[in-house]
Ligand binder design. Structure first.
Ligand code: ZN
Ligand code: ZN
Length: 421
């Protein structure tokens, strides 16, 4: 007897879509959307919502992603998920989020920084939900695991995004730091347990660089050594969000009998929020900058913003000899414990020229590279992580085309497919 032939057609797996609205082909203003399902049933989440700061465009220094694609496609994310508290990942939320009104999930420090930004713009909301690094959450068909990574701000996380049968590792910004000073090093066991992932959406910033990024512990030792041999006043300029660096500078100052003062609104705000969360508990007591003029030069250490040549930063006023409470001169040193963000080079050069003109010694990434470490993975770190998670595909983001291409080359060398489209 002939059996009736029944053909069971497997149901088509709903596709996973990736829509980068910023941070792909450029560095800054990261905003990525992941969508699952089709038509009106599609569900979208947004990962990060950052701004780009362009000191070289004085008329529009702050840029945010253009959300018109979302309007055109009628997409409203059901959740905004934040990987970490850097401006290029949270800075546009206060502008774009009000249209969405969805819950925002962030680790405590990023949540604290977001709240401060929302308050500044008069936005009051209980949409900001705190999630601890290591925890997981669900939103619609998506499950998201916040996997702690090391970077240049505490509580940074990669996201394991699981939806339908797809598993994606969205790395966020990361590096492999064996001695991060604040927080723990990355756990290889956690990442090995994810292998193999279908796709890695990964940080390309330093993919053109061989070797690995320096650890914060190493920078701390170099700073301590350098500050100890300075004789006059010392100003160290770094990014306000690099709390490990700030801690290292504070400890180095204390060890050589210097009093610490902060300059810059973002520096003061960051340190206040970090202290509220229990970071920097053993930071030395601060001296108001108005008291600095009363201290002998060898007892002064200032941690200041302005390393990118920002026109309104205190460092700029110091370079022009126009600061209210402090005047620099021969014997004093300014340490740039930060790298130039592309586009800011000319302004930074002008700033350094001003400082040198005052007779100040300038120590920077060119004459003292050991005084800074990048927060992004160089080639050996990329190889190590991808060896752990064994991705099938790579989508290189967080970089300009040359960074993305270098990232793609490494992936191909490792047998990971990195198609252009
Ligand atoms: Zn970033
Ligand atoms: Zn970052």
């Amino acid at each position: 007897m002939l059996k009736p032939r029944v053909q069971i057609r497997p149901r088509r797996r709903p596709p996973l879509r990736f829509l980068p609205l910023g941070g792909c082909g450029e560095i800054g203003m990261n905003l990525s959307l992941y969508g699952h399902g089709e038509g009106p049933e599609a569900v979208w989440i947004a990962v990060d919502c950052g701004m780009m700061i362009r000191q070289d465009l004085p008329d529009s220094p702050l840029q945010v992603p253009n959300p018109s694609t979302l309007d055109a496609l009628d997409i409203v994310p059901r959740a905004l998920v934040i990987t970490h508290g850097h401006e290029d990942h949270i800075g546009a939320a206060a502008w774009l989020w009000p249209k969405w009104g969805c819950p925002i999930h962030a680790t405590p420090l990023a949540a604290g920084l977001l709240r401060a930004k929302f308050n500044e713009r008069g936005l009051v909301t209980d949409a900001i939900r705190v999630i601890e690094p290591g925890e997981a959450m669900e939103t619609g068909p998506f499950t998201l695991r916040f996997l702690p990574v090391t970077h240049s701000i505490p509580e940074s996380c990669s996201l394991l995004i699981a939806v339908g049968e797809h598993r994606v590792l969205h790395t966020g910004d990361w590096k492999l730091d064996p001695d991060p000073l604040l927080g723990a090093p990355i756990s290889p066991t956690t990442f090995r347990a994810l292998a193999p992932v279908d796709l890695v959406v990964g940080d390309s910033t330093n993919a053109p660089l061989p070797g690995d990024s320096r650890s914060e512990g190493e920078v701390a030792r170099a700073l301590a050594h350098t500050i100890a041999r300075c004789e006059g006043r010392v100003i160290v300029s770094c990014f306000a969000s690099n709390l490990a660096r700030i801690l290292a500078i504070g400890r180095a100052a204390e060890r050589c009998g210097r009093r610490v003062s902060l300059m810059g609104r973002s520096m003061e705000r960051m340190v206040a929020i970090a202290r509220g969360l229990g970071y920097l508990d053993d930071f030395p007591p601060l001296v108001p900058s108005s008291d600095l003029g009363y201290l002998p030069p060898e007892e002064v250490l200032v941690i200041a913003t302005g390393s990118q040549g920002e026109s309104r930063a205190a460092l700029q006023r110091l370079a022009r000899g126009r600061h209210r409470s402090l005047e620099l001169g021969p014997g004093d040193s300014v340490i740039f414990s930060a790298k130039a963000i592309p586009g800011n080079e000319l302004l930074i050069e002008r700033l350094k020229k001003g400082l040198r003109h005052q007779g100040v010694e300038v120590l920077d990434e060119f004459n003292h590279p050991e005084l800074h470490a990048s927060g992004h993975p160089a080639q050996d770190e990329l190889r190590t992580l991808y060896g752990w998670i064994r991705p099938r595909y790579l989508l290189p983001v967080h970089g300009e085309p040359r960074h993305q291409q270098a990232h793609r080359d490494i992936a191909e060398e490792l047998g990971i497919q990195a198609p252009l489209r």
